[in-house]
Design a protein around this ligand. Structure first.
Ligand code: A5P
Length: 222
């Protein structure tokens, strides 16, 4: 499995060009991309990057990759993992807890390549939970509104305590029954004041690199 993740990451690295402004994803697959980028930077590649989590920022910094947090130009390319990928390249993201920053960075990018193993491919999003990041203030009321729109939320925990995101928020992992009207669900979530972000990435990925035992495949435009 680790070799497949690395293979997907290495394929995406072929898209990186000197001088690019890059978005760095989060998770075990994105980690291979960052490590590979560090290797290329060591060989002389010049890029500037925006990280989607503290963990990815720490890794990138340790590898000598230049990081920025405040820029006024679109990013050329973001490379990130995903938890689910449907045939239209819509995604569920956020099992790593970085969904809010991941969406901001992907949304600021001209292109987003998803890197994943082929077990992430689904016919309909919703095989697993949809992570929803909520403000801690009155989070139980926000949870109730999520139930009202047909979700089954569970508070994410880590080491027996509520999981806290890099942004100081809580995560509710929400089950729902597919197939579902995803644009409508995304719009409903976007309209809730206590919801800071959610892991539905609709129409954001421009291509995917998917690795399986038979090899690495590209989905979407080359
Ligand atoms: C992080 O918040 C997530 O969106 C990850 O990109 C996603 O969970 C995929 O992670 P893996 O590459 O570890 O499966």
């Amino acid at each position: 499995m680790e070799e497949l993740k690395r293979a997907a990451a290495e394929e995406a690295l072929r898209e990186v060009r000197d001088g690019m402004l890059l978005g760095l994803g989060t998770g075990s697959t994105a980690r291979y991309f960052i490590e590979g980028l560090g290797r290329l930077v060591g060989e002389g590649l010049r890029v500037t990057s925006v990280a989607t989590s503290r963990a990815s920022a720490d890794l990138a910094r340790s590898l000598g990759i230049t990081l920025v947090e405040d820029i006024d130009a679109p990013l050329d390319l973001t490379v990130d993992g995903a938890d689910e990928i449907d045939p239209g390249l819509n995604l569920v993201k956020g099992l790593g807890g970085a969904l809010l920053r991941e969406k901001v960075v992907a949304g600021a990018s001209r292109a987003m390549i998803v890197i994943a193993t082929e077990d992430k491919l689904v016919d309909h999003l919703g095989r697993g939970p949809l992570p929803v990041e909520v403000l801690p203030l009155l989070w139980r009321r926000t949870r109730a509104t999520l139930v009202d729109i047909g979700l089954e939320p569970t508070l994410r925990e880590a080491d027996g305590a509520p999981f806290v995101s890099d942004n100081g928020n809580l995560i509710l992992d929400c089950r729902f029954r597919p197939p579902r009207d995803l644009p409508r669900l995304a719009a409903d979530l976007d309209s809730l004041p206590g919801v800071m972000g959610h892991g539905l990435f609709l129409g954001m990925a421009t291509s995917a690199v998917v690795a399986g035992p038979a090899g690495v495949r590209r989905l979407g435009p080359a």
